[in-house]
Design a protein around this ligand. Structure first.
Ligand code: CAO
Length: 250
């Protein structure tokens, strides 16, 4: 395989094992989406020197705020809508995160738009639905769009036009669980934000213990484009914005 940086990888052949020789088995064909995803994930895993940085955001106020918003607008507002909005602010503040290397890895293309991909778990495999111009939409609009596009993705899949042009992807496992993971970058993007389940944690507040709802963040970045200190600053910025949800709904 030749990567955008021009290196070649020679791998030993995949082990061929007769599993049935060791016990009963069943063969399940992969879906078209699963096969495509497998190829892209393998390429991205091999070709990008990627590092995952972990942080957490205090979303105690955000959780109260989203319940209030949901009541006002009469529809569901999950934390993800706030995360999309906060990420768009992060991309504006840190333009190297809103960029892609060109095909031969010689130039960085910095985007002036803020389209964010959402990984959606569908019965036929993983799809990334792209929400356009997230900086210009309200949290309630984003919540509605996330809900409708993920429902469409699950019911009948998405046209290519709904899956291209993203600046950065969010992989949210928050509705399922987990404390941390390492999401793989969705090339040619240079970073991906993973989110797992928010947990109530005791935090020291002066000499008392305060229970806070903490959201784990896992930021995987392309180390050719982003250095560790900037990744840490980016994560702190996004966490700080999520900690002040009023700033996202004003
Ligand atoms: N912590 C705690 N609860 C969370 C949460 C978090 N981080 N994120 C969501 N939740 C809650 C929601 O608030 C909702 O509860 P309420 O109805 O009480 O508000 C519940 O979990 C279910 O949320 P949801 O999944 O319906 O909606 P969402 O906006 O959070 O996520 C989507 C939408 C499309 C991202 C999600 O359904 C999905 O497909 N996730 C899987 C993505 C995936 O597979 N990633 C891995 C990619 S790499 O293999």
């Amino acid at each position: 395989m030749k990567s955008s940086s021009g290196f070649h990888v020679d791998l030993p052949p995949w082990p061929e094992v007769d599993f049935a020789a060791f016990g009963e088995t069943e063969t399940l064909p992969l879906s078209r989406i699963q096969k495509l995803t497998a190829g892209y994930l393998s390429r991205n895993w091999l070709a990008i020197p990627q590092v995952t940085h972990h942080d957490e955001a205090d979303i105690t106020s955000l959780d109260a705020c989203r319940a209030q918003l949901a009541e006002q607008c009469g529809s569901r507002v999950t934390p993800l809508a706030f995360i999309v909005k906060a990420l768009a602010q992060g991309l504006r503040e840190f333009p190297r995160f809103n960029a892609s290397l060109d095909a031969d890895g010689q130039n960085l293309i910095v985007k002036k738009y803020f389209h964010i991909g959402i990984a959606v778990d569908t019965p036929s495999g993983l799809l990334v639905a792209v929400i356009r111009d997230c900086d210009k939409k309200s949290v309630v609009e984003l919540a509605g769009e996330i809900h409708s596009i993920s429902a469409r993705a699950r019911e009948k899949g998405l046209p290519m036009s709904d899956m291209v042009g993203g600046c950065m992807t969010i992989s949210s496992l928050g509705n399922i669980g987990g404390t941390a993971f390492s999401p793989i970058i969705n090339a040619p993007e240079v970073a991906i934000l993973g989110v797992t389940k928010a947990q109530w944690k005791p935090c020291r507040n002066d000499n008392a213990i305060d229970w806070r709802l903490m959201l784990p963040l896992a930021l995987t970045y392309d180390h050719r484009v982003i250095n560790g200190a900037d990744a840490a600053r980016f994560a702190v910025f996004v966490a700080d914005v999520l900690g002040r949800p009023q700033s996202l709904i004003e």
